[in-house]
Design a protein around this ligand. Structure first.
Ligand code: UGA
Length: 440
């Protein structure tokens, strides 16, 4: 089939390459000529494991091409996927739909008489699909097919998703989407067909649930801190109950990134507009708990630095909002780094992949070339993104490089006993302090 994919960010670039992998002829479209030039040259402009291989493979075979021309795209595609971003508006928590609207209007202006299906994948407030369908009336049919990919696992989540949700208004639209995803469906992926509002809500409900689960365990971490209990043991124990499940129960500095924080705010804002604000009032608390964990990390840092961060050298391990990504959008790690910097701390950051993005966005912070380089001479170390290479560091070697070996594990990921045995004062959110042992 001939498909177009509008928007070549994290979602669109992955979707385009994966659709080529499924055997389709794909044209990726973006208004940013630099992005298009990079993709044409087989370069992914961000870090996503496995994506560059697919891009190189299919740009070489000619099955995957890129353009900035809507005219070319409209003439090429039978199915047009809308994968542009829906960031938070500057003036409120609501979603900014200007990119989605621009794609639909731009495409509409160039569509001819051939039948076309426009398929929304962007995360949008419920009601958007119905509005866009009206705009396309007489030119193309609309379907809504939300995506659930996680950064870091984007290729795998697209080729082997947990489920496909097809929001459709007609049998032919459903049949066309089933044809697009035939290899995925044949591999046993569950398919849920739904009306537009349900399809839109599946996505926002899923992200709201995940955010709530994280904030739930972080609320438990607050209670653990007040009682001397250990949230990591608590999470392990409740996670054995299959109805609860152990995933997304890792307490720490909380969720960030380009999705969960803005999606729960947009969802709550939409509920207010719909007159059902009370139904989602709890999401404000989910957001508040999440932000409190960042503040608590700064507070604990200050405590460990004898009451003041002024002039203290703080090493921050991690800048990306999570490992296996170079994405720093709403990164809890960088938010904490900046707050400490504002309180007079001398902050040095290291991240295996997100250095360029971090440097551009936060030029006032210092940056190191490696984790040991960041830690050298530090009064305090903060472990804020759980890259596996940080867990593999030798605590004894690092301890010797610091002024005082003190660390806060903001991700509940390091082996506290091992660090304490190497002479570190080891603290983790929601857990009792590890008794420090003398340096060997
Ligand atoms: C999230 C969802 O997981 C995807 O299903 C969804 O498709 C995507 O948003 C989207 O809307 O596009 P993503 O933003 O890539 O995916 O990241 P997650 O893996 O969900 O992690 C989000 C944040 O939660 C990270 O900062 C992570 O460190 C944090 N987290 C995750 C925790 O603090 N604790 C946990 O137990 C799990």
């Amino acid at each position: 089939m001939r498909l177009t994919v509008f928007g070549t960010g994290y979602l669109g670039a992955t979707h385009a390459a994966c659709m080529a992998e499924l055997g389709h002829e794909v044209l990726g479209v973006d208004v940013d000529p630099d992005k298009i030039a990079a993709l044409r040259a087989g370069r992914v402009p961000f870090y996503e494991p496995g994506l560059e291989e697919l891009l190189v493979k299919h740009t070489a075979s000619g099955r995957l091409r890129f353009t900035t021309s809507y005219e070319e795209a409209a003439a090429f595609g039978q199915v047009h996927f809308v994968c542009v971003g829906t960031p938070q508006r500057a003036d409120s928590g609501a979603a900014d739909l200007r990119h989605v609207d621009a794609v639909v209007d731009g495409l509409r202006a160039h569509l001819g008489d051939a039948p076309a299906l426009v398929v929304g994948k962007s995360t949008v407030p419920v009601g958007t699909a119905g509005r866009l369908a009206e705009r396309l009336e007489g030119k193309a049919e609309l379907a809504w097919n939300p995506e659930f990919l996680r950064e870091g696992f984007a290729v795998q989540d697209t080729l082997r998703p947990d489920r496909l949700v097809l929001g459709v208004r007609s049998k032919p639209a459903e049949a066309l989407l089933r044809e697009v995803y035939a290899p995925v469906i044949d591999a046993g992926t569950p398919v849920v067909t739904a009306d537009f509002p349900t399809a839109e809500l599946v996505k926002t409900a899923a992200n709201a649930f995940l955010a709530t689960k994280i904030s739930f365990i972080n609320a438990m971490a607050e209670v653990c801190e007040a009682t001397g209990a250990d949230v990591s043991v608590l999470a392990r124990a409740i996670g054995h109950d299959e109805r609860i499940g152990s995933r997304f129960l890792r307490a720490g500095i909380g969720f960030g990134g380009g999705c969960l924080p803005k999606d729960i705010r947009a969802f709550a804002a939409r509920a207010e507009e719909l007159g059902t604000g009370r139904s989602l009032a709890f999401l404000r608390e989910v957001d508040a708990i999440n932000l409190r964990r960042r503040e608590r990390t700064v507070e604990l840092s200050r405590e460990l630095c004898d009451g003041s961060l002024e002039g203290k050298r703080v090493a921050v391990l991690g800048a990306a909002f999570k490992p296996d990504s170079d994405d720093i959008r709403d990164s809890p790690a960088l938010d904490i780094a900046c707050r400490i910097h504002l309180q007079g701390g001398e902050v040095t950051v290291f991240d295996p992949e997100a250095m360029d993005n971090a440097r551009k966005a936060y030029p006032a912070l210092d940056y190191a070339v490696s984790a040991p380089d960041a830690v050298r001479g530090a009064d305090l170390v903060l472990h804020l993104t759980e890259w596996p290479q940080f867990a593999a560091l030798d605590p004894a070697e690092l301890a010797a490089a610091t002024v005082r070996p003190r660390i806060i594990d903001g991700r509940g990921f390091l082996d506290g006993a091992r660090w304490a045995a190497a002479g570190w004062e080891f603290r983790a959110l929601g857990r009792p302090a590890q008794p420090r042992q003398e340096r060997p």
